[in-house]
Every structure is written in structure tokens, then in C-alpha cells.
Design a protein around this ligand. Structure first.
Ligand code: C2E
Ligand code: CA
Ligand code: CA
Ligand code: CA
Length: 272
């Protein structure tokens, strides 16, 4: 029995090879995932912190692999980025999320906003702003109802990214800085780039109760107020966290305390 067990245990080198093989297989399968309808979106509600009203949803990509089952985005999005597949996948996400938003608007929930996560390679396309504009004008969606979520690391390539963001900003698209506080947070970014909203990273929210992390959150919110930026907290799981964020006058919240990401088919139900 012992010997058998020894055989199964993988050496560090072997497990690295396994991971490498898994990456290769997943990358190949991902190539066909769109046309085989294996990708889909879930939507996590975002609530106004005081009135509780639903102000919008964040679209989050999902992949149901035919054999391996659900693969988390943290696993396949980086692969898609490495291979360039993220461009096609990102376009699909954008279009699908906007179509869903249009359905919600048509059903009467005209104030709702849709958050869409972008990757660096999408933003670096010179015609990216034009692509979004096309989707929004085709669907007749008010640009301010679409909120693109970018991260600080994407802003490093200022010359390529800034003109795209400026064009989108002028068109009226809302821009959020995602995972705020985790990157190479530079205050310069906040004033140089046309940002509308900051999303406080969930790692800070999960450590509410610890003085240092509460100080960070307070500082982020104070700074956002000075710069007239909207603040949303993500990963809110407990009443204690919510109470703290209410006291500190955070504007919006998103997290399991309200709802996990939900399938498209349940969106109207959630609004009722
Ligand atoms: P993110 O943009 O920071 O998204 C927030 C993640 O936190 C989501 O994980 C969400 O399901 C999860 N979450 C929400 N509320 C809670 C909570 O209360 N507690 C905890 N523990 N987690 C919560 P998910 O869906 O697995 O996505 C992971 C990451 O994958 C995203 O992080 C984003 O960076 C990336 N991603 C997801 N969809 C897309 C997409 O369409 N395009 C791109 N480029 N990236 C995406
Ligand atoms: Ca996000
Ligand atoms: Ca985030
Ligand atoms: Ca993240």
C-alpha cells in the first residue's frame, strides 16, 4: 500500500509538468469554447449602500468545459491573455453583457448600469473605443450605463491606453479602477486618467476589523471624495463590513452579503 502511495505522489517537477500540460490542453480547448457555446456570463448585483437599490451588475465570465467542468476565470483568463484569444473573448463578453443590459432597460429598469472587465490587450487596440461605440449605438444604449473596469497595471502603457480611455470618456462611457489598492497605486493615475469610479479591492474589505486596513479604506474614500469619484466596495460578506462602509460613506456595495453572481435567466427575477 505504501509503495502504491509513493507512486501517486508527484515530485515538484512532475507537478509542474502536469500544470504545463493542463495549460496546453486548456488553451487548445479555449480556442473552440466560444463557437461551442461553452462560455457564458454571470452577473453580480451592485447596490446603493444607503437605499439598497440595485444600481447595476458586473458581468463575470464563466467556462463550462465539457469534460473538466467549470474552470474559474482566474485560471483561463490569463491563458486567453497570453495567446491573444482574449480579444475575441473580450468582444464576445462586451457584446453579450450589453445585450443583457438592453433587455433590462427594455423591461423598464432603465437606470441600470453594466460593469464589464477588460484586459490590457483589449485596451491596447487602437480601434477599441470605436468597437464599443459601435456596440452601444447598434443597441441604442446610453454610454454612461456601461462601466468598463480596468486595473492599475493597464495604465503603465500610458501612450497607448490614455487616448483610448479619453475617447471613451468623451463618448460618456463610465470607467472604473478595479482592485484599487493592490497595484502600484500611484495617485498620478487618478488625476491623469479619466476615472469615474474606484472599486476598493476585496482584500481590504475582508480585513475590516483590523485597524490598519480600516485606515487604508478610510484614506481611499477620503481621496475619492476630494477627486469626486464614486466608490464601490467589492467582496462585502458581513453586516459588520457593511456597517463600517456605511459609516465611512462608501457609495455602493457588491458581495455575497447581497448576492453571488447570478445567471442571466435570473436577472429579471432579482429586480422584482
Ligand atoms: P474581479 O474583477 O476582481 O471580480 C471579483 C471576483 O470576486 C469575482 O470572481 C467574483 O465572483 C468574486 N466575488 C464577488 N463577491 C464576492 C464576495 O463577497 N466574496 C468573495 N470571496 N468573492 C466575491 P470571479 O468571477 O471568479 O472572477 C475572477 C477574476 O477574473 C475577476 O476579478 C477578473 O479579474 C477576471 N474576470 C472575470 N470575468 C472577466 C471578463 O469577462 N474579462 C476579463 N478580462 N477578466 C474577467
Ligand atoms: Ca472587476
Ligand atoms: Ca476587483
Ligand atoms: Ca481581481
Amino acid at each position: 500500500l505504501n509503495k502504491k502511495h509513493e507512486k501517486i505522489a508527484l515530485s515538484p517537477l512532475q507537478s509542474t509538468r502536469m500544470e504545463e500540460m493542463e495549460r496546453i490542453v486548456l488553451t487548445k480547448d479555449l480556442y473552440y469554447a466560444i463557437e461551442r457555446n461553452e462560455l457564458y456570463l454571470e452577473y453580480q448585483p451592485q447596490h446603493h449602500i444607503d437605499t439598497n437599490k440595485v444600481i447595476g451588475f458586473e458581468a463575470l465570465i464563466r467556462w463550462k468545459h465539457p469534460i473538466l467542468g467549470e474552470i474559474p476565470p482566474a485560471k483561463f483568463v490569463p491563458l486567453a491573455e497570453k495567446t491573444g484569444l482574449i480579444i475575441r473573448i473580450g468582444n464576445w463578453v462586451l457584446k453579450t453583457a450589453c445585450e443583457e443590459l438592453k433587455r433590462l432597460h427594455t423591461a423598464g429598469y432603465t437606470w441600470l448600469r453594466m460593469g464589464v472587465n477588460l484586459s490590457a490587450s483589449q485596451l491596447k487596440q487602437p480601434d477599441f473605443a470605436a468597437q464599443i461605440k459601435n456596440i452601444l449605438s447598434d443597441l441604442e444604449i446610453w454610454p454612461s450605463k456601461v462601466d468598463i473596469e480596468i486595473t492599475e497595471s493597464m495604465m503603465i502603457e500610458v501612450e497607448r491606453v490614455l487616448p483610448v480611455l479619453q475617447e471613451l470618456h468623451e463618448y460618456g462611457v463610465s470607467i472604473s479602477l478595479d482592485d484599487f489598492g493592490t497595484g502600484y497605486s500611484s495617485l498620478g493615475y487618478l488625476t491623469k486618467f479619466p476615472i469615474n469610479q474606484i472599486k476598493i479591492d476585496q482584500s481590504f474589505i475582508q480585513r475590516i476589523g483590523h485597524l490598519e486596513d480600516e485606515m487604508v479604506i478610510k484614506t481611499i474614500i477620503a481621496m475619492a471624495q476630494i477627486l469626486h469619484l464614486n466608490v464601490i466596495a467589492e467582496g462585502v460578506e458581513t453586516e459588520e463590513q457593511l456597517t463600517f462602509l456605511q459609516q465611512e460613506q462608501c457609495n455602493e456595495v457588491q458581495g455575497y452579503l447581497y448576492s453571488k453572481p447570478i445567471p442571466a435567466a435570473q436577472l429579471l427575477n432579482y429586480m422584482d
